[in-house]
Write a protein that binds this ligand. Structure first.
Ligand SMILES: [Zn+2]
Length: 272
């Protein structure tokens, strides 16, 4: 059932974007869409067995005690909040750790912003994130079902807040109080470091507000989506670039002169 929800949502957003796109395309569909969706296919094959394995191994030594004693809806809401908070910090640390950034930059190298961007996450990053969530589930005593529910919600939310949908302003203003919207998340994909390092949340914008990383800046037509130090890569390049001995930034695949006015940011963002 959960996989059916995810596939249906993906198809629905794809159709909705065709009819109600907010911004013109920066990159043609075709190869880019296929590349992005390949990541989600790989992840949907790789992550469930990993989760089962981790849960089985962990429950042998520490059977869940805690949230599973609460009424189901109360427990599930608390678990979703805990998983989302853990995801916020995992994402935030991924922007600071040179090792984690190697994998996370694959998501940020996308030079356009639509629902397929949300599906584009390197499998190693997705695996590490999932292992963290399993660890949280063990600590709070959340049963595997809560993890599956959160996984589905997070997938639905990721496709939604990366979508290129024209959401009416009066609806968007209310929605952004409760969930991340495309209007708020797009700043995270602006190639300017001061915007990229904001709006880390998955489901709820509350953690960003609480920890001072919420960014209200609105996208303008001159924004470039992506990273200031490299153009996007092909599928094989994206899969392998995290394992290159040198950081992608050092390889300088996109000459600074091609970076235009944003090249000044390169020196600043080298802290990653
Ligand atoms: Zn990010």
């Amino acid at each position: 059932m959960f996989i059916a929800v995810q596939i249906s949502w993906l198809i629905l957003l794809g159709i909705a974007e065709l009819g109600a796109a907010r911004w013109g395309r920066a990159v043609p569909r075709g190869a880019r869409t296929a590349r992005n969706l390949t990541f989600t296919v790989i992840n949907h094959v790789a992550i469930p067995p990993l989760t089962v394995l981790c849960l089985a191994a962990a429950q042998v030594v520490h059977p869940p005690v805690g949230i599973n004693r609460l009424p189901m809806w109360t427990g599930m809401i608390l678990a979703v909040l805990a998983f989302d908070l853990a995801g916020y910090w995992f994402h935030r640390v991924s922007h600071r750790s040179l090792l984690l950034w190697r994998f996370h930059q694959v998501h940020h190298l996308d030079e356009d912003f639509d629902f397929t961007t949300g599906a584009r996450v390197h499998t190693v990053e997705e695996s590490l994130h999932q292992i963290l969530l399993v660890a949280v589930a063990i600590v709070i005593g959340a049963p595997p079902l809560y993890l599956t529910v959160f996984g589905t919600l997070a997938f639905v939310a990721a496709l939604w807040h990366h979508s290129n949908l024209a959401v009416p302003q009066r609806i968007e203003r209310w929605l952004r109080l409760v969930v991340f919207t495309p209007e708020t998340h797009v700043a995270h994909h602006h190639d300017q470091i001061e915007d990229t390092d904001t709006n880390f949340g998955f489901l709820f914008p509350w953690w960003d507000r609480m920890f001072g990383t919420f960014n209200r800046r609105q996208r303008t037509s001159d924004w470039r989506i992506g990273l200031d130090y490299s153009r996007d890569l092909g599928l094989i390049g994206l899969l392998l670039v995290p394992f290159h001995p040198r950081q992608l930034k050092e390889l300088a695949l996109r000459p600074a002169t091609d970076a235009g006015p944003r090249s000044a940011q390169t020196a600043k963002s080298v802290t990653r």
